[in-house]
Design a protein around this ligand. Structure first.
Ligand code: FES
Ligand code: FES
Length: 164
């Protein structure tokens, strides 16, 4: 067992776990953050994408010992807490995916959102080629990618905020 401490969506986490336990299992089973999905379990599909110190990683490939002292961001950390009485305020990407039909079955969506979040955080813009490159590690069986790319482009376009 190893004691691992890290921040997840701004909250401190401390666990005594086998150091080689997958970050994906720690998030889903130990911390109850089931928004992060498992697809292939082999680093091929991107369904398990989270941000580790701002970088896109496949949580199915990351042993939790590598996360000690790091900052982890999952899809649960995208929406901002409710101001008062209302539901949480969705991230601009989440609103764009809703408006432009970027999610169908939804299995790929949390990973897509996190890869897109890293893209926007790095200053990415609305051009299709750059967006395709940013989500190249994330597979989708449903949408044909067009609606996903439209969603990310909308969120990346200043002054064209998706409808709340
Ligand atoms: S489940 Fe991690 S890349 Fe597919
Ligand atoms: S929406 Fe179903 S896999 Fe992408």
């Amino acid at each position: 067992m190893t004691t691992v401490r890290f921040l997840v969506n701004g909250e401190p986490a401390e666990l005594d776990v086998p150091g080689m336990r997958r970050l994906l299992d720690v998030l889903r089973e130990d911390l109850g953050l089931t928004g992060t999905k498992e697809g292939c379990g082999e680093g091929e599909c991107g369904a398990c994408t989270v941000l580790l110190d701002g970088a896109v990683v496949d949580a199915c490939l990351v042993p939790v010992c590598q996360v000690d002292g790091a900052i982890v961001r999952t899809v649960e950390g995208l929406a901002r807490p409710a101001a008062s009485g209302s539901g949480p305020e969705l991230d601009e990407l989440q609103r764009a995916f809703l408006e432009f039909g970027g999610a169908q079955c939804g299995i790929c969506t949390p990973g897509m959102l996190m890869a897109a979040r890293a893209y926007l955080d790095a200053g990415g813009g609305p051009d299709e080629a750059s967006i395709r490159e940013a989500i190249a590690g994330n597979l989708c069986r449903c949408t044909g990618y067009t609606k996903i790319i439209e969603s990310i482009a909308a969120a990346a376009t200043p002054g064209e905020e998706p409808i709340s």
